[in-house]
Design a protein around this ligand. Structure first.
Ligand code: NAD
Length: 409
């Protein structure tokens, strides 16, 4: 059983509390910190938490708590982590780990030097669909992952501090891109080095300093590319979609918004539909079990199982640091308009990775570029002669073995 100090009593803290206390969980929140007395007290009441406080130090040092869950604005993550390190508590921190890689690296070093259990609460890697998709990729069903695309777009965040680039560390990239970047990284392989980033970012709609829209490409050492698309001005709800393209297969994942559950309502008796839903009238697109479908249940189960068994969870502060370093490169690229290198002071994967030879042999003399059944009943082969490099086209009947032109080797 984990005994938890919940640091924060806002939006994500309540999702976390739903998950931590849901379904007769044996893990319990023993105290909750909130900046405002009313919100801390209310969360404590709603979730039967015995203690609440408006002092961060007091919550972290609660002798009943053996782990702290950080659910605070981005600019308070480092301060909270350092206070937890001082108190020698296990730490689970929400995303993004830092406002930038320098903050994230200080946090990573502090928890590792103190030998503390640490988890990075990247819930979108724990959604039921993503877990199944990742397992499918690991078993080889997609062959080599060539590119990935991850999109998170909604009409903008729900609290003032997100919109202040100093407090948040940026705009839509740091808020949403962190999810997309880690999703792409997980599909491509966490031991493959992210090398450089090309990113477009702009402030298209909102009167803010930070970017409200961005698209970026992260190039990995093995030639794979992951694309992230983020928006704080998307109309229509919370769009969470991922694609993986491999040499042998494809995955499309829709985690939210259009998952096959659709309701029409005149608006009578309407209320909450789903996170960031913009309408509760007409056709609406709810989510069956938001807490589970966003990955919170599986995430906390894995985190606390690992804490108890002394293992490292799938997502640690190291992963949070890598994501911050990729985002730093994205911001540099958005400024220069150039590919910018990902600067990693700490890297624990492979230094380099070869592009794998994916060309298919047709026979001793030819590579197969493409085989296609035509609508008029023949099969077209596009081949490359190994010796001359010439590309040829051969038409055959299904099942035939045609004589191919070209010299014998
Ligand atoms: N899917 C996810 O993983 C996910 C989703 C939403 C938010 N988050 C992350 O959770 C963290 C908190 O976000 P949130 O949406 O819960 O924010 P929020 O504004 O709803 O809540 C912030 C909490 O921090 C407390 N706080 C303490 N000092 C504060 C200060 N000076 N200014 C503002 N709040 C202060 C508030 O009392 C409140 O309890 C952020 O790092 C955010 O990126 C993660």
């Amino acid at each position: 059983m984990a005994k938890i100090a919940l640091l924060g009593s806002g939006f994500i803290a309540r999702f976390y509390a739903d998950s931590l206390h849901g379904l007769r969980s044996r893990d319990r929140i023993v105290t909750v910190y909130g900046r405002r007395k009313e919100s801390a007290e209310q969360l404590a009441r709603d979730y039967q938490v015995p203690g609440w406080t408006t002092s961060l130090e007091e919550a972290i040092n609660d002798p009943e708590a053996d782990a702290a869950v950080i659910a605070l604005p981005n600019y308070l993550h480092e301060e909270a982590v350092m206070a937890c390190v001082k108190a020698k508590k296990a730490i689970l921190c929400t995303k993004p780990l830092g406002r930038n890689a320098a903050e994230a690296l200080r946090m990573l070093r502090a928890v590792e030097n103190a030998g503390l259990f640490h988890g990075y609460l990247e819930d979108l890697l724990y959604t039921p669909k993503t877990l199944k998709a990742l397992e499918t990729v690991r078993k080889g069903a997609l062959g080599e992952v060539l590119w990935t695309r991850s999109r998170e777009a909604h009409p903008g965040p729900h609290s003032d501090w997100f919109w202040d680039s100093e407090a948040a560390g940026g705009g839509a990239i740091v808020d949403l891109g962190c999810h997309c970047i880690e999703i792409g990284r997980a599909y491509i392989g966490k031991d493959i080095k992210p090398v450089e980033v090309m990113c477009w970012a702009d402030t298209l709609v909102k009167p803010i300093e930070a970017e409200d829209n961005a698209v970026g490409l992260v190039r990995y050492a093995n030639g794979a590319v992951s694309q992230f698309e983020v928006s704080w001005t998307f109309r229509g709800g919370l769009d969470l979609r991922d694609e993986v393209m491999g040499s042998e297969g494809t995955i499309w994942v829709n985690n939210f918004l259009r998952t096959g559950f659709e309701i029409f309502t005149s608006g009578q008796g309407s209320g909450y539909v789903a996170e960031k839903a913009e309408s509760s009238q007409g056709w609406v697109f709810p989510v069956g079990d938001e807490v589970h479908e966003l990955g919170y249940n599986t995430m906390f189960a894995e985190m606390f199982n690992c804490m108890e068994s002394g293992a490292a969870p799938a997502e640690t502060f190291y992963d949070g640091y890598i994501v911050n370093a990729v985002m730093d490169a994205a911001y540099r690229s958005a400024g220069t308009g150039q590919w910018e290198p990902v600067q990693l002071e700490v890297w624990r994967g492979k230094e380099s990775a070869e592009k794998r030879g994916l060309a298919k042999e047709y026979d001793d003399r030819h590579y197969l570029i493409k085989e296609e059944m035509t609508h008029y009943g023949t099969v077209k082969l596009i081949l490359k002669e190994k010796q001359t490099g010439r590309i040829i086209e051969v038409e055959k009947q299904p099942g035939d073995n045609p004589d191919l032109p070209g010299e014998d080797i």
